[in-house]
Write a protein that binds this ligand. Structure first.
Ligand code: ADP
Ligand code: MG
Length: 206
């Protein structure tokens, strides 16, 4: 069976002419269905860039990325992403931020109201659906990110340094939640972290 994700000789350059930056590559990597993979590397080596390309949010310069047999060209429902720095829109409520994931994919949030509330329940934030990001703790904001990423039942969940900014006890909560959702939905996970303990404990492959 072909792998769920196939990253083939992908390179990325930014800018043009004299300001051309060869960001990284070529990179090749396969991820199997349900597999928990971690990506390690020093800051600036291109981990976030590769994941943005995998999520269809950034074009590849050369090479290709195949998800479930199809070349990735635009944001799609098969890949959910927890962005580095839990970037929530400050003037939208928790629910409004989750809706953004639908809007980004051209889906109408009104049709998915129950799904959004169900997910906010799963990440234990139902009571905070109509609150704003500044009213939440760091761990709660990461749980909103998890809900956003899981919204479209992705086959792959990308978690880009989800616990770097959190204290140790809250880190464990967020990672346990990711692991529980992975087990429940057989989602593959691509985790970017600098925490070797987390890698040893949670990941199938590095
Ligand atoms: P990591 O997540 O591994 O820390 P990044 O993927 O954020 O690394 O960045 C990889 C490299 O690409 C870095 O050198 C960064 O400065 C560069 N880079 C990322 N985005 C851009 C951009 N939009 N324009 C120019 N350079 C960029
Ligand atoms: Mg990064």
């Amino acid at each position: 069976m072909p792998p769920l994700i196939s990253i083939e000789n992908v390179r990325k350059t930014f800018g043009s002419g004299a300001s051309l930056v060869d960001a990284f590559g070529p990179v090749s990597l396969d991820i199997e269905e349900g597999q928990f993979v971690s990506l390690l590397g020093p800051s600036g080596c291109g981990k976030s860039t590769l994941m943005l390309m995998l999520a269809g949010l950034l074009d590849v310069t050369s090479g290709q990325i195949i998800v479930d047999g199809k070349a990735v060209k635009a944001p799609q429902t098969d890949v959910g992403i927890m962005f580095q720095d839990n970037t929530l829109v400050p003037w939208r409520t928790v629910r409004g931020n989750v809706d953004l994931q639908l809007e980004m994919r051209g889906l109408d949030p009104r049709r998915y109201k129950d799904r959004v509330l169900d997910l906010l329940g799963q990440v234990k934030l139902l009571d905070f659906a109509d609150r704003f990001p500044h009213e939440l703790s760091g761990g709660m904001r990461q749980r909103v990110m998890i809900a956003m990423a899981m919204l479209c039942d992705p086959k792959l969940l990308i978690a880009d340094e989800p616990t770097t900014a959190l204290d140790v006890t809250v880190q464990a909560d967020v990672l346990d939640l990711i692991a529980a959702l992975q087990a429940e939905h057989q989602t593959a996970v691509a985790l970017i972290t600098h925490d070797m303990g987390v890698v040893a404990r949670m990941c199938d492959r590095v």
